[in-house]
Design a protein around this ligand. Structure first.
Ligand SMILES: [Mg+2]
Length: 280
């Protein structure tokens, strides 16, 4: 069975592992399951997660983490054959993923600097890119939005790594990638062509393809309704775990079509449920 596992609120919360979850995943990996981590976070390079997951005792290898940044790069490489040059509005991890997929990457900060110094528009400053890919950019500036909007108005394809409106931090909620995408969509009067992250199916599809696993035998494990929605979108079974953003009361109030296959109270319950699903 393929286990597609969300990270924040499932495997860990901030710096602490969620009790019982790494153990449950390790037991299933030992039983032969494929474990692939799928996160909407587009800021980090995928292997950056490996030491952290290993420290928590979770089963992981360098190829077993699929962020919406990595999935965007793989999706664009495989499905947007005419795209060569890409303007990246996002953090260093997104730039690195795009570069490794073979794209000619131009950073929004470079384009914004050229716009300011040379008095040219964003399309020229970015070297006429074929696509604009957008993630959460903690160093976002007005001119970066301007550069991206210029490129989209000139015909570059707009790709959203994800559309999460907010991003949880230890100091409360901050604007997420979706807020950055929205600014560029409004400024260019153009909707993004594709969104890779959850709640849509593409992030999970890329994750399953990487290990050659069948999504019909997959279980999506997450703490948010977007995880359940993404799982349903690919026809997988879903486990909603109540160790993150969703409470028991919220889970109980879900209308029938939105309900997950199972609800796990904690890591121990997750282990039991996964063993049952493997037998089903
Ligand atoms: Mg989560």
């Amino acid at each position: 069975m393929l286990l597609l596992v969300d990270l924040d609120g499932v495997v860990y919360r901030a710096t602490e592992p969620v009790p019982g979850v790494p153990e449950a995943l390790s037991a299933r990996a030992a039983a032969g399951d494929d474990v692939v981590y799928v996160t909407n976070n587009a800021m980090h390079y995928h292997t950056d997660y490996v030491p952290r997951l290993l420290a928590h005792g979770a089963p992981v290898g360098p190829d077993r983490v699929v962020t919406s940044a990595r999935a965007s790069a793989i999706y664009m490489r495989d499905h947007m054959k005419r795209v060569r040059r890409v303007l990246v509005v996002g953090a260093a991890g997104l730039e690195r993923e795009m570069g490794e997929a073979g794209f000619d990457v131009v950073s929004a900060s470079y384009a914004a600097t050229r716009m300011a110094q040379e008095g040219i528009d964003g399309w020229a400053a970015a070297g006429e890119p074929d696509a604009v890919v957008v993630g959460l950019d903690p160093q976002l500036t007005y001119l970066k939005v301007a550069a991206a909007a210029d490129c989209v108005r000139a015909g570059a394809v707009l790709v959203a790594t994800n559309k999460d409106p907010m991003y949880p931090t230890e100091r409360g909620f901050r604007p997420g990638a979706g807020s950055v995408v929205a600014a560029i969509e409004v400024a260019s009067r153009t909707e993004s062509r594709v969104t890779i992250g959850k709640p849509g199916p593409l992030l999970l599809e890329v994750g399953a393809e990487l290990v050659g696993a069948d999504l019909r035998r997959a279980v999506m494990i997450g703490d948010a309704m977007t995880d359940v929605q993404a799982g349903k979108a690919v026809g997988a079974r879903t486990v909603l775990i109540l160790t993150g953003v969703t409470t028991r009361a919220m889970a109980d109030e879900l209308p029938e079509p939105e309900r997950p296959t199972r609800v796990a109270e904690d890591g121990a319950a997750l282990g039991r449920i996964l063993d049952e699903l493997a037998e089903a």
